[in-house]
Design a protein around this ligand. Sequence first.
Ligand code: SAH
Length: 235
Amino acid sequence: MRFHIITIFPEFFSGPFEHGVVSRAESAGLLAIHVHDLRNWTCDRHRTVDDRPFGGGEGMLLKPQPVFEAVEAVLPARTQRQKVVLLSAQGRPFTQRLAREYAALDDLVLICGRYEGVDERVAEHLADDEVSIGDFVLSGGELAAAVLVDSVARLIPGVLGNEDSSRNESFSEESEGLLDCPQYTRPAEFRGWKVPEVLLGGNHEEIKRWRRAASREKTERLRPDLIASRERKQS
Ligand code: SAH
């Protein structure tokens, strides 16, 4: 799978993908990440990417022309297995479900906004999806794009070994709407806090039951919204 990131700060991405799972997957040829400088598609001497909003208001917007031309250069014809995503605070929430959907694509183009945002015609006529990574405002789409690449990359077949499998983790299809269970490692007692006894014995049925109950307890405590939506689905 190929990721294409369109940004005015290409250097931003020299760090985030150089570690762990994403870097290993890239070396193994399971994915490629292409970072494109939006300014390559500007036509003036100053390589201008922004302009003032019509109707007045604070700040500047990324203007449509370089963004359209950048995307059209990267994906001259769009197939069903190629998607263009605009990162935006106004977008629909990014979820593991969407990450799974994107992991099946050939190409994913990520447009990073800056300043006060991007001319709305990009959302209306260029992007397939407008996606937000949460209800807060970042100063640019670059961090959000890195979040998408990381979470999508680890779902591409072959990227995670058995050891760090994406099944049975929080938000996986197998987890049935519950968070992953709490996990402990050695020592069995640390500063007087003991690991739950059941995990130290070898009774796999009992461990399974404990984990399920602990998942449910933790989900109820930290994410009651997930329990509510799970109950809505079941009824
Ligand atoms: N004026 C906009 C915020 C612009 S922030 C508003 O109030 O909605 C500048 C850029 O940062 C955006 O164009 C977008 O690309 C990125 N960004 C900010 N918050 C984001 C979020 N929660 N998710 C994804 N991208 C975000």
